[in-house]
Design a protein around this ligand. Structure first.
Ligand SMILES: [Zn+2]
Length: 262
């Protein structure tokens, strides 16, 4: 029986939260024994910690402010994050980074929040959970200034170009792969690119409830993604890396454990 860790679950999202018990039960049945709940704002990071208290065997979390929420950053954000980050269940700072796709928060606010969270990760010697969309150049520029002092970082939900991937691997980043790779059209580039990711740098994640893998048959009527579908992503990555599902499962489990100290 394979064992997996889903390193990116938005379990505080309404569509999963109400059903958290069942979601976690179905995940365990599918071999997904542990999940990392993504903190995307102060309130959601608190909620994530609350979930970890309820399910200490299955859950750990991150705490951070997502680029979409960067304009919410205020004087209490840093002390709040710092206090949460000291808790035993919190294993990384983030989700942080840059998202210039829709600029829900202005780029200047995103850059400020990103910088603050990089500094926090450095001072607490904690790993960083990063998000980058349509902002690769600026993201790398900012990250490079801190990279030497950050222990480990993951660029989660990687969907970018070959050049971006090479930049991240040069910066010794972990790469998070989602069900994007299961998309028969949008996922074609990623299906080629996963061949370049070393076994000890590849992490698997659903990013649930988003990004339902398109190769699930039959498609769940809710269209809601959940950690129980992580094996579909595992199988698709293994297929394109030309390795067995068992080997990839072992390798990604090991990489996830070292990243989050599980
Ligand atoms: Zn993200």
């Amino acid at each position: 029986m394979i064992e997996l860790i889903d390193i990116g679950v938005n379990l505080t999202n309404k569509s999963l939260l109400e059903d958290a018990d069942a979601v976690i039960q179905r995940a365990e049945k599918a071999g997904v024994k542990q999940m990392v709940v993504t903190g995307t704002s102060i309130a959601e990071s608190r909620q994530a910690i609350g979930l970890c208290d309820r399910f200490p065997q299955q859950l750990v979390s991150t705490c951070g402010i997502h680029p979409h929420h960067a304009s919410e950053w205020d004087a209490s954000s840093l002390p709040d994050l710092k206090a949460m980050a000291q808790l035993q269940c919190v294993r990384a700072i983030g989700e942080t980074g840059l998202d210039f796709n829709r600029n829900y928060s202005p780029p200047s606010a995103q850059e400020f929040a990103f910088e603050q969270q990089m500094e926090l990760a450095v001072s607490l010697k904690m790993p960083l959970f990063c998000h980058q969309r349509d902002a690769h150049r600026r993201f790398v520029e900012m990250l490079s200034e801190y990279r030497d002092d950050i222990s480990r970082l993951v660029v989660h939900c990687f969907t970018d170009s070959r050049e971006a991937l090479i930049d991240y691997l040069d910066l010794d980043c972990y790469i998070g792969i989602t069900g994007w790779i299961c998309d028969e059209r949008r996922g074609l580039d990623l299906q080629q690119l996963v061949k370049l990711i070393p076994a000890d740098r590849l992490l698997l994640e659903t990013d649930a409830p988003y990004l339902l893998p398109r190769n699930i048959e039959p498609k769940p009527s809710s269209r809601i993604n959940e950690p129980a579908y992580l094996p579909h992503i595992l199988e698709t990555v293994a297929l394109h890396q030309g390795k067995s599902v068992e080997l990839l499962a072992t390798q990604s489990l090991h990489a996830s454990r070292s990243f989050f100290s599980l």
